[in-house]
Design a binder for this molecule. Structure first.
Ligand code: ZN
Ligand code: ZN
Length: 454
């Protein structure tokens, strides 16, 4: 071998070795915000701008930043649709509804033909009007006791299986006999509003949709009859607490009966024009993937895409979550997987509660704790730090604002942005992208980009 060849080989090897092998996607749910200008002390800053984040900033200097529209400009995303986009699945094509995601997140067995709903224990005075959508955020124990009374009811040809999950939350499964499956194309009984109950209606001119809407309404009325006289509710009323005397359902979606599965699951829901086959994340990208999340919905989205889900002790999907335990889980899983999704929920919780100061503090805590993960960008991992969507504390709700993103690791062309916040990153080298673009970008960085043309 000539000297020139040897040198070329050396360089080639060096370059080959420099391609990162793994991807770590860190999602800080709803961390991004709008500047608050009214309060003097807040100086027109967002919580992220008000926070001291030396590790996020150091990471930003190494990486390339920008802003990303979760769905498309101005569209207000749910956490579910935004996460589908983050994983490279077009939410308009693949979002079947909340029901199956909740069931999967709670590991509730779903069989072909099952129709799943996310539910809330709520408060009604007459059985016709809703006065509180969460029954005063009823405690776990009382809700669990109440759920026993409605665990399995039969309406017509259908079985109604109710699973209490946490606090006021639950999952309802409607199961029919073979050939008599419930239809997901119906409206919710929980339409996020107080006042008269929005009874379910068929969304298509179809006998099975009419029947499903009717039995859901009948079940709701039966549940009220059972719960209104329940001793737990009598006790709550005596204690001046809101009774949890009705259950509202939303996000119907189903595992399709009679579909050809062949390794992919087929789902249907009112958000879709026709049932969809979900290709597993692992097959779509040839990446072994794992999710580390405390919240039901995020575990559900991951299972929907066929990812493994790791249960971390102390991961609560709240502000008391054990971030150290999650960081350790990431480190452990990194040797066995190609793609790690780490989700932290507390930022969104504090935003929905309108807590600016607490959100700022929590951001500082995350900055400190995830330092070792951000440093993985110096080794063989592409690290992405972003959010599913913005949740401004001023709105106490999600907004359609684009979210900042930084990608760092070998192969990344850094830009000149120095700080990890909403305004600084708006001029980053990624410019303005969409969540659906993130997977192709990181796949390209680990040498798995797809060539178009020859
Ligand atoms: Zn979210
Ligand atoms: Zn939220």
């Amino acid at each position: 071998m000539s000297t020139t060849n040897k040198i070329t080989d050396k360089i080639t090897n060096k370059i080959t070795n420099k391609i990162s092998k793994k991807i770590l996607l860190i999602v800080l749910d709803g961390v991004f915000d709008r500047p608050i200008k009214s309060a003097k002390s807040r100086d027109g800053k967002t919580p992220l701008q008000a926070a001291k984040t030396p590790n996020f900033d150091k990471f930003t200097k190494k990486g390339v930043g920008g802003i990303s529209d979760p769905i498309s400009p101005g569209v207000v995303p749910g956490s579910d649709t935004a996460h589908l986009a983050l994983f490279g699945y077009d939410p308009y094509k693949f979002y079947a509804g909340r029901g199956v995601l909740e069931a999967l997140g709670e590991n509730i067995p779903l069989y072909p033909g099952d129709l799943a709903f996310r539910c809330n224990f709520a408060t009604t005075v007459t059985g016709a009007e809703i006065s509180d959508r969460r029954a005063g955020r009823i405690d776990n124990k009382s809700a669990s006791t109440l759920s026993v009374a409605i665990k399995h009811l039969k309406i017509g040809d259908f079985d109604f299986l109710f699973n209490h999950t946490m606090s006021h939350r639950g999952v309802l499964i409607i199961r029919g006999k073979k050939g008599n499956t419930p239809n997901p194309r119906i409206t919710d009984t929980d339409q996020h509003s107080l006042g008269p109950i929005n009874w379910s209606k068929p969304m298509t001119d179809d006998e099975s949709a009419r029947k499903t809407a009717n039995v859901l309404n009948e079940w709701t009325k039966k549940v009220y009859q059972i719960l209104k006289n329940h001793e737990i509710n009598k006790k709550r009323e005596k204690e001046k607490l809101l009774p949890a005397n009705i259950v509202l359902a939303r996000g119907p979606s189903s595992l399709v009966e009679g579909a050809s599965y062949k390794g992919t699951a087929v789902y249907d829901g009112p958000n879709l024009s026709e049932p969809v086959s979900i290709q597993k994340f692992e097959d779509k990208y040839d990446l072994k993937a794992v999710a580390i999340a405390g919240g039901t919905l995020y575990k559900g989205v991951a299972r929907y895409l066929g990812m493994d889900v790791i249960t971390v002790k102390g991961a609560t999907a709240d502000i008391n979550t054990d971030i150290d335990a999650k960081v350790n889980a990431v480190k452990k899983e990194l040797s066995k997987n190609d793609f790690i999704f780490l989700h932290i929920k507390g930022t969104d919780v504090l935003s929905h509660d309108g807590k600016f100061k607490e959100k700022t503090k929590f951001i500082e805590k995350i900055d400190k704790k995830i330092k070792p993960l951000l440093e993985l960008a110096d080794k063989d991992t592409i690290v992405v730090l972003t959010a599913d969507h913005s949740t401004p504390v001023s709105l106490k709700a999600h907004s359609g604002d684009p979210v900042p993103i930084v990608i760092a690791g070998t192969g990344v062309r850094p830009d000149k942005v120095q700080r990890y916040d909403e305004l600084s990153l708006a001029i980053g080298g990624l410019n303005r992208i969409r969540h659906i673009n993130i997977m192709p970008i990181v796949l390209d960085l680990i040498g798995k980009g797809k060539m178009f043309g020859t």
